[in-house]
Design a protein around this ligand. Structure first.
Ligand code: TLP
Length: 341
């Protein structure tokens, strides 16, 4: 199988399995797992925040951030296609009791002026704004890199209004590798960040949230409330350390494969998309001569897995377990399927 459904499908490397085997572990709820502690220190250092905490998933990391920053009855500004709004089963409303305020972005980027316009004034009819969320890279916009200047502009607005910014940086290392902007510079435009170890970086489980010491102290209580306090979590934190130490630079290969795929698909009749929207490892296309179900099914018959992300759009996500020859096979298969349509 050539699995292009997501970069979440990546399997742990041999070095990760070895690190898992050798991991020194303890009870992390007591703060006594040396491997978790090492991962958290490394992560905080890499992203330029005071403290970091390991969480089971990106979704839990984002939700802990919302819970830590916001009170029930307040409003969270976010992009209308963001993961927190679109893909987290309304968790922010269910758990934090907040009202989302989705705004349309441009290639996933929220215009600062629009954000400022959406911040509520002090009026008893209105929910107070409590948080602004950003996402970089932006998944549903097609893995687009939100430019540093755009993030800075939103952060300036937030600071002026005394509001925190949470960055869903599930793929922030992709954004950094693709743009050449140091990951710390992006994250300096956010009060807190969540990033995933288990996507392109290849670890089997885990995300990190990072912020100030105070933020992480409070976030730790929320993680416990949600049942996310893990015991000998060093077992998978060990793989997370290998991910951060050895898997970041190779994301460039995934980006090159996505670019190669996008350029080839753009040549085909029966597919619509803008190849210039492909910044990183995600390629989202719209077939025009058949339904996405038909295209997806035909690809699956040929051993190629993709996901539907809209009724008319299909996503290919390159990852470390897919090489250039797999991409060439995918291009040939799409061409053959479209030619027959
Ligand atoms: N994204 C998954 C699916 O949930 C859609 C994928 O296959 O792309 N933020 C962003 C931007 C994400 O793309 C994801 C996962 C998450 C958060 C959540 O991470 P997990 O899956 O670890 O909860």
């Amino acid at each position: 199988m050539i699995d292009l459904r997501s970069d979440t499908v990546t399997l742990p490397t041999a070095a990760m399995r070895q690190a898992i085997f050798e991991a020194v572990v303890g009870d992390d709820v007591y703060g006594a797992d040396p491997t978790v502690n090492r991962l958290q220190e490394l992560a905080a250092e890499m992203v330029g925040k005071e403290a970091a905490m390991l969480v089971p998933s990106g979704t839990m990391g984002n939700q802990i951030a919302v819970l830590t920053h916001c009170r029930p009855g307040t409003e969270v500004i976010l992009e209308a296609d963001s993961h927190i709004y679109y893909y987290e089963a309304a968790a922010a409303s269910v758990f934090a009791g907040v009202q989302p305020r989705p705004l349309p972005g441009k290639r996933g980027s929220l215009p600062a002026a629009l954000v400022e316009w959406a911040i509520r004034e002090d009026d008893i009819h209105l929910p107070p704004t409590s948080l602004i969320c950003l996402e970089n890279t932006h998944n549903r916009a097609g893995g687009t890199v939100v430019p540093l200047e755009d993030m800075k502009a939103v952060y300036e607005v937030a600071c002026r209004h005394n509001l925190p910014v949470h960055l869903d940086g599930a793929r922030i290392f992709n954004a950094s590798i693709a743009s050449g902007v140091p990951v710390k510079d992006f994250i300096a435009c956010a009060t807190s960040v969540q990033f995933c170890l288990s996507k392109g970086l290849g670890a089997p489980v885990g995300s990190i949230i990072a912020g100030s010491f105070d933020f992480i102290d409070e976030a730790r209580r929320w993680r416990k409330r949600l049942g996310g306090g893990m015991r000998q979590a060093g077992i998978f934190a060990a793989a997370g350390i290998v991910a951060l130490e050895t898997m970041v630079d190779r994301l460039a290969e995934d980006h090159a494969n996505a670019r190669f795929l996008a350029n080839a698909l753009a040549e085909l009749k029966g597919i619509e998309f803008n190849p210039d929207d492909v910044d990183t490892n995600i390629v989202i296309v719209k077939p025009t001569s058949m339904s996405i179900q038909q295209l997806g099914d035909e690809l699956e018959k040929r051993g190629i897995l993709t996901v539907e992300i809209e009724p008319d759009r299909i996503r290919f996500t390159t990852n470390k377990d897919v090489n250039r020859s797999d991409i060439e096979k995918t291009i040939t298969a799409v061409k053959e399927i479209l030619d027959r349509a």
